[in-house]
Design a protein around this ligand. Structure first.
Ligand SMILES: *[C@@H]1O[C@H](CO)[C@@H](O)[C@H](O)[C@H]1NC(C)=O
Ligand SMILES: [Ca+2]
Ligand SMILES: [Ca+2]
Length: 175
């Protein structure tokens, strides 16, 4: 009886042990699966970004361009077609990186994904949300002539409102 119960408890422990090991492996497997999914997502973003003539990375974001100048509306369409949106820095770091790209491609201005076409002086992003970060140049935005409802980044990373019909470098952001 004693022997039997000793054997039984040994078997029980072995059973629990095996069960735990299987559970552990299942947990590790889930982790690996998720890591693979994350890597796949990052890889396809990287592949997409590097297919552009010029790209630059900041955090989870890539700013990409083929070097074409277009008006704001055409730029919106171009970025939408490539699965992104018009570039719009959300903080100082992103603003600096985007201005670096501007310098790399030796352009003077690039269109940003914001404007105040809906309501004067209320700058919104392409999803209609108000902004939390701005980098206006001195005296901007001045809505010159009452017809400046789009925004470009100029040398040094400063923002300037200009007419939406002007043709400027189009940079998209991919996330
Ligand atoms: C307003 O801004 C434009 C650039 O968008 C600039 O060329 C113009 O000189 C400015 N006008 C005034 C009155 O500051
Ligand atoms: Ca305006
Ligand atoms: Ca202006």
């Amino acid at each position: 009886m004693v022997l039997f119960s000793a054997l039984f408890s040994k078997l029980l422990l072995l059973h629990i042990g095996l069960h735990l090991t299987a559970g552990d492996m299942e947990g590790q497997n889930d982790c690996l699966q998720e890591e693979i999914r994350n890597l796949r997502t990052r890889l396809s973003l990287l592949e997409k970004a590097t297919s552009f003539q010029t790209f630059i990375n900041v955090g989870q974001k890539y700013y990409v361009t083929e070097g074409h100048a277009k008006n704001f509306e055409d730029g919106l369409g171009l970025c939408q077609n490539s699965g992104g949106t018009l570039a719009l820095p959300r903080n100082e770091e992103e603003n600096q990186v985007l201005s670096k790209l501007l310098a790399i491609v030796k352009s003077e201005y690039l269109f940003l994904g914001t404007g105040d076409r809906k309501m004067e002086s209320v700058f919104i992003d392409t999803e209609g949300k108000t902004l939390n970060f701005f980098k206006w140049d001195k005296g901007e935005p001045n809505n010159s002539g009452g017809e400046e409802d789009c925004v470009v980044m100029g040398t040094g990373g400063v923002w300037i409102d200009i007419p939406c019909e002007n043709q400027k470098l189009i940079v998209c952001e991919l996330t």
